[in-house]
Design a protein around this ligand. Structure first.
Ligand SMILES: Nc1ncnc2c1ncn2[C@@H]1O[C@H](COP(=O)(O)OP(=O)(O)OP(=O)(O)O)[C@@H](O)[C@H]1O
Length: 259
């Protein structure tokens, strides 16, 4: 078995250009409850994907599959690596994940928390250096939170904390980013800023960015794809005013009870 650092066996398709995300016949859920049923999805190149759907439609469940936290049937490949065989996807820079709720129960300065996004570039015992801190400061500035660098993270508002986590995530330099409702606690101004920022990771940074959201208002002006998990057969559709409007119609109706 090769050791490419990802803990995966050599792949016969390794000479074929790999899609950034390829899902075939995915079935996943919890005991007695299938949430994702026969999902097929191919994201040929890094791109921005907005994942929408009613509450409970399976957005977080899909992300749990993609992060290897939930067993599944079918095939799920990130850059050609089958997720169920992946070890250390985060530490090798394949995957960066921002869960819906990230709380801490110990005091820590915002800057110290953000610089930890650089962990992949350090051994366990090496200290972060001035370059790491400069990158952390720049990341904080990009989310508009530079003025909070010295503050205790636990004393920030929910929205401020969300922006600080985003700054930390941006330092991970992963190939695929999963963000679970990153604008949930943000005001109108910061929601727009965050969509613009994570969209730039895909368009300028050549990353795959999958972002679950209930915020349809900011999507029409972005390029990329829309995935509506409330549909019986969800599929990637190009983001546009028309596809967002179509999704809105779905989401304004009661969820299908067959899921
Ligand atoms: N560990 C679990 N065991 C059993 N059921 C679960 C578990 N976690 C989540 N569920 C159920 O799975 C369904 C889908 O949950 P999921 O969190 O994926 O939805 P979501 O689309 O992210 O919803 P929201 O928009 O509210 O965040 C929900 O009905 C939830 O109650």
């Amino acid at each position: 078995m090769s050791d490419d650092g990802l803990g995966t066996a050599p792949n016969s398709s390794s000479l074929i250009p790999q899609s950034s995300l390829n899902i075939e016949n995915l079935v996943a859920g919890y005991p007695g409850r299938v949430l994702v049923r026969n999902l097929f999805l191919c994201l040929p190149a890094p791109a921005f994907v907005a994942v929408v759907g009613h509450n409970g439609s399976g957005k977080t469940t899909l992300f749990r599959v993609l992060t290897g936290q939930l067993p599944y049937q079918g095939s799920v490949q990130l850059h050609g690596h089958e997720v169920r065989h992946l070890r250390r996807a985060a530490t090798t820079g394949l995957l960066g994940y921002l869960p819906q709720r990230g709380t801490l129960d110990f005091a820590i300065a915002v800057r110290e928390l953000v610089v930890m996004g650089r962990y992949r570039h350090h051994s366990l015992l090496s200290a972060y250096n001035p370059t790491d801190y400069a990158l952390a400061d720049a990341a904080l500035a990009r989310v508009g939170m530079a003025h909070l660098a010295a503050r205790d993270f636990t004393q920030l508002s929910g929205g401020e904390q969300q922006l600080v986590w985003l700054a930390q995530l941006s330092l991970q330099d992963a190939q695929v980013y999963l963000l679970d409702e990153p604008t949930q606690q943000l005001d109108v101004y910061y929601r727009r800023q965050v969509f613009s920022l994570i969209h730039s990771w895909a368009v300028q940074g050549n990353k795959s960015v999958l972002c679950s959201t209930h915020d349809l208002d900011n999507l029409p002006e972005l390029t990329g794809y829309l995935l509506n998990l409330s549909e019986p057969e969800p599929q990637l559709r190009p983001l546009s005013s028309a596809t967002v409007q179509e999704a809105r119609k779905w989401l304004e109706m009661p969820p299908l009870l067959v899921k």
